[in-house]
Design a protein around this ligand. Structure first.
Ligand SMILES: C[S@@+](CC[C@H](N)C(=O)[O-])C[C@H]1O[C@@H](n2cnc3c(N)ncnc32)[C@H](O)[C@@H]1O
Length: 438
């Protein structure tokens, strides 16, 4: 990696993608200004893009902007090695649907759903609970960092603190239009830390098991917020994911977690998940964008005390490179990212599918006012003042439309033409037998 770090973005893109990244996109990426860990992230992404046969002109402004502005702030190296507990309401709605209609799953009478690395606040676990409890599921969220103190500012930025009042983590409100918060995060962070100490002084002595909440000048301080989420059917365990002590789960979901670990730890997580599951239960690993798009996942099922890989699946939008999550990798790429890169490479070189598909997506990106190509064919933002929520909604609408127009089935047919056993799965994602790749 040292060797690649000393190379310029132009040299790296030429090595991996065959030509330099257009200036408009390279300016958004700000590669030379990034800390080494963010540069290494970009290099690993380019390496996977090479396998996926992505070309520089396929890079979207959203991806380039995210590499320049989000990645340096969310990688563990920016937080003393802590994996940030990022999760967002609505992120896993699709996976909840996948659980409810899953053809592989054999559940017990009072099934147990375990969400490993559920994040904090555990918004996605609570989403799942609201859908699965009516089907009689019990839900357990597991994470190693349920911060005892959490402070929101009036704009929705928040910070977490440990029991000794030490600052742990700061989460931006993710409004792309709120440029100041990206360009000068230190001001918001310092303000949150100062305000925390003022509000903390007003709270009675911290009692480790109790939930409390105070509000002042639009700032809200929560104590033991995790307790507020517990109910008859939903509980949380603060523990390492390989050490939960649970051995009767029907589903273990571990999303947006694997890519933080070395390959040996990824393997250990899979082995431990096997012990956590009942016979016939399934392990779901993979990732998706915080907006819920760009899902890419592997389903393994416990058979004769072993986990057997049954399905690799991904949503159509991964084929166009517009989210950092598709090739998010901090060490060796997890299995789902390796399969995604290989699959993308097959589909992108299919002349009976790719040209029509990419042309139509260009049209839709322009129609939804996300981005359009300039006279050199480089994708540019149409409105770079867009909010994150608006961007996410337009992206979702675009891909709903592309799926309605039959491009999901088109991608499946493309894989079949290349000799793979492919199908649209129970939630209409493109699915393959991962064993075909071994
Ligand atoms: C990026 S968040 C993903 C949250 C949620 N699963 C989602 O998909 O939105 C990763 C979470 O994994 C947790 N985590 C990472 N390593 C862990 C470990 N060894 N044991 C328990 N939790 C862990 C982090 O604390 C963090 O909350």
């Amino acid at each position: 990696m040292k060797q690649t770090q000393s190379k310029t973005l132009e040299q790296l893109a030429t090595t991996y993608l065959g030509s330099p990244i257009p200036k408009y996109l390279a300016d958004l990426m700000q590669y030379s200004k990034q800390p080494p860990y963010a540069q290494e992230f970009t290099v690993r992404m380019l390496q996977l893009m090479q396998i996926a046969k992505v070309q520089p002109k396929d890079i979207t402004p959203v991806l380039a902007w995210s590499l320049g502005n989000i990645i340096p702030r969310i990688l563990p190296q920016a937080w003393d090695g802590m994996v940030p507990p990022i999760t967002t309401t609505g992120r896993h709605l699709k996976f909840d649907a996948y659980v409810r209609v899953n053809p592989w799953l054999k559940t017990t009478e009072n099934p147990l759903f375990v969400d490993l690395g559920c994040g904090f606040p555990p918004d996605t676990t609570m989403d799942s609970a609201s859908r699965l409890v009516e089907d009689n599921w019990r839900i357990i969220g597991v994470d190693r960092s349920f911060a005892p103190f959490m402070l929101y500012d009036p704009s929705g930025h928040y910070a977490c603190f440990n029991a000794n009042n030490k600052f742990l983590y700061y989460q931006n409100n993710m409004q792309i239009s709120d440029r100041a918060s990206f360009e000068n995060p230190t001001t918001i962070r310092t303000n949150l830390i100062e305000k925390f100490h003022l509000l903390r002084a007003e709270l009675p002595q911290f009692i480790s098991e109790e939930f409390a909440h105070i509000e002042k000048d639009g700032f809200q301080l929560f104590v033991n917020k995790i307790k507020d989420y517990e109910s008859e059917h939903v509980s949380f365990i603060e523990s390492d994911i390989v050490d939960t002590g649970i051995n009767n789960a029907d589903i273990v979901r571990c999303l947006n977690v694997m890519y933080y670990f070395e390959e040996s730890v990824q393997q250990q997580i899979v082995e431990k998940a096997c012990n956590t599951l009942n016979e016939g239960g399934v392990l779901l690993t993979g990732g998706n964008d915080p907006a819920g798009t760009h899902a890419c996942y592997l389903l393994r099922q416990k058979e004769n005390s072993q986990l057997v890989t049954k399905e690799f699946a991904f949503s159509l939008e991964n084929l166009i490179s517009c989210s950092v999550v598709t090739f998010f990798t901090i060490h060796q790429p997890p299995d789902h990212s390796k399969l995604m890169a290989k699959t993308m490479g097959i589909i992108r070189t299919d002349e009976s599918f790719w040209p029509d598909f990419s042309k139509r997506i260009d049209q839709l990106m322009e129609e939804k006012e996300l981005c359009k190509r300039d006279s050199n064919g480089v994708l540019q933002f149409i409105n770079d003042d867009i909010t994150y929520a608006d961007l996410a909604q337009r992206t979702r609408d675009l891909w709903l439309e592309a799926n309605r127009e039959g491009f999901g089935q088109g991608a499946v047919d493309s894989l079949k033409r290349a000799g793979y056993n492919a199908w649209q799965n129970c939630i209409k994602d493109i699915a393959l037998d991962p064993n075909d790749f071994e």
